[in-house]
Design a protein. Structure first.
Length: 586
């Protein structure tokens, strides 16, 4: 038996057969005694807790310090805590907090069966393949690993799989997928490239199962869209789209096995959030229930910038345990190295000096299930990032598609120290952010039914396409109008291109929403993209204000070709380009 398997078995036995205290589920043993109670799985609740003085950020800090498992969700002065009946009783004793409601966070019933046909979310060249799943259709870590290998083999002109490290236990590789036209010669581990780069990181927290599923569907959409969808074709010609679908493979294996073997009760390993670093666990392990007390390090609290700040804990059994040292985890180290291989350092050393408007590249992280769009700085709301205008405007542009409230973590959630986004921005100057995925009633929580993933994809994939389109210079392009639609009409050997340019294409809620201004110009490039030195041609505007219609007549050529439409607002900012097909002359 391997050492990692032995550790896993010991941890499993502690969680499943020990009879120990669990009354104060969210409070670590280092901070409070646990009255004796049976080690059985209880119903898990999403408990709503109001800050009586209205300061939810301060209450979040106190609850986190006391070991409560704060869900990454907030509604004004109301926070959400994951726990059981006993957790609700413990919360009722916290000064300045009032328990105002609770709902079941996960069913205790039977785990749904996995689908036998996966073709609807598989790239066309992989139709008929089957990959191992759990909880009704979510792919296992092993299934994702095989999918990445098969994808690179089936789409060699578009896809390269890069193994860039190993997980803490060494039982899983850390994999990235690079998707772009000319992948065999591109996708190099150097920041000195001519293409724009975008990186999506998912499944950092093991129990957040929807995140890598949306990455899977994004992969499917872009590989099958090349040569078919004009915008996706343009993006793959001009951009390298990188994905790390399994940021925490060890933890994800624990969670998936826990769901299948024990369901979603409070004592199930389904609730694993952290990685599988048991070397920092106290002698005897972390006492049950698994919900709120588990081995490992929170990989979104282990980064070097503002490590040890808000919403972290030094209790190794806490859900937000930051690790014994900054960047201590093999997963954090591997992703840090890869990130610096992909993106240039474009940020002055002073954290409060902005990166230039010409900064290129974007990194986006997926979590669940707060339903918010977060920008740096996450560690505090008393200071804004020096590139706040670009970061905030980019996020509000994304939220036009996703309908997520937008702001710094402490504005729409609570402050977080040692997080991924802040480190990326502070270290490299690259635009970074987090989408906390959520959807409508019945599709909420960490474990929404797999059938919810169609609605998740419909909500989030269009926003990803916009984000990639802005990746060349996000701080600059996000300040310009969004082309929300573009179409063509043929008449003989000419094509009329019609587009809607909207500077008010912004999310409806959040903090610091930009003020839209009038759209005053539009242009079209035919055959050669603007970033490749194409020639712009003015388009005729119809209407006035923040949303206008732009039109141009284009001569057909001997071959089908792309054309790109951009618009400018009265502040002089051009937005991202949208591509259309110009058919060949007949």
């Amino acid at each position: 038996m391997s050492s990692s398997t032995s550790r896993r078995r010991r941890r499993w036995l502690v969680a499943t057969v020990a009879t120990v205290a669990l009354a104060m589920v969210a409070i670590p043993s280092a901070l409070a005694a646990r009255p004796t109670a049976p080690a059985r799985s209880e119903v898990v609740y999403d408990i709503s807790v109001r800050a009586l003085n209205g300061d939810a950020v301060a209450l979040a800090k106190r609850l986190s310090a006391q070991g409560f498992d704060l869900i990454e969700k907030r509604e004004g002065a109301v926070l959400h805590v994951l726990g059981t009946e006993s957790t609700a009783r413990a919360l009722a004793t916290v000064r300045g907090a009032q328990v105002v409601g609770r709902i079941s966070a996960a069913p205790l019933g039977e785990v749904p069966a996995a689908p036998t046909d996966q073709d609807d979310i598989l790239p066309s060249r992989l139709d008929g393949n089957l990959y191992p799943t759990y909880y009704g259709g979510y792919r296992t870590v092993a299934g994702y690993d095989q999918f990445e290998t098969d994808l690179a083999a089936a789409y060699p002109e578009l896809v390269k799989k890069v193994v860039f490290g190993q997980s803490f236990t060494g039982t899983n590789t850390m994999n990235a997928v690079c998707i772009t036209e000319d992948a065999p010669s591109g996708c190099q581990l150097t920041p000195n490239v001519t293409k724009a780069r975008f990186l999506l990181e998912t499944h950092i927290h093991a129990r957040e199962v929807t995140t890598d599923e949306i990455a899977w569907r994004f992969i499917t959409m872009i590989v099958d869209g090349d040569g078919v969808d004009p915008q996706i074709t343009s993006l793959l010609q001009s951009t390298e789209i990188w994905l790390i679908p399994e940021m925490n493979p060890d933890g994800s294996v624990i969670a998936a096995n826990g769901i299948d073997d024990q369901g979603l009760g409070s004592n199930s390993p389904a609730w694993q959030r952290k990685n599988d670093d048991e070397e920092q666990t106290p002698v005897g392990g972390c006492p049950p229930p698994w919900l709120g007390s588990q081995a490992g390090v929170d990989l979104n609290r282990n980064w070097a910038f503002q490590w040890g700040g808000a919403s972290t804990s030094r209790d190794p059994c806490s859900e937000v345990f930051l690790g014994q040292a900054k960047m201590s985890e093999t997963e954090t180290q591997a992703v840090s190295t890869l990130t610096q291989q992909l993106f240039k350092d474009q940020k002055p050393d002073d954290p409060q000096t902005p990166a230039p408007l010409s900064t290129t590249g974007e990194v986006l992280n997926f979590h669940t299930d707060a339903g918010v769009n977060l920008i740096p700085w996450d560690y505090s709301t008393t200071v804004q990032a020096p590139n706040d205008q670009g970061l905030r405007t980019l996020a509000f542009r994304q939220s036009f598609y996703t309908n997520l409230p937008t702001g710094q973590a402490g504005q729409v959630l609570y402050d977080v120290g040692g997080g991924t986004d802040d480190w990326i921005y502070a270290t490299l100057g690259v635009a970074s952010g987090t989408w906390e995925l959520a959807d409508t009633s019945g599709c909420t929580g960490f474990f929404p039914p797999y059938t919810c993933m169609d609605s998740f994809a419909a909500r989030y994939l269009p926003g990803l396409v916009y984000t990639v389109a802005a990746a060349r210079t996000p701080y600059k392009l996000s300040l310009g109008p969004t082309i929300t639609s573009a179409s063509t009409t043929s008449s003989g050997n000419k094509v009329t291109v019609t587009a809607t340019a909207n500077d008010a294409a912004l999310g409806s809620s959040g903090f610091g929403k930009p003020t839209p201004v009038d759209v005053v110009a539009a242009r079209i490039y035919v055959g050669v993209a603007p970033w490749d030195g194409g020639t712009p041609h003015a388009m005729r505007l119809t209407g006035s204000g923040t949303s206008v219609t732009a039109q141009a007549k284009v001569q057909k050529g001997a071959q089908q070709q792309l054309a790109w439409v951009q618009a400018r607002n009265e502040n002089g900012a051009w937005g991202p380009a949208m591509a259309v097909w110009i058919p060949a002359a007949t």
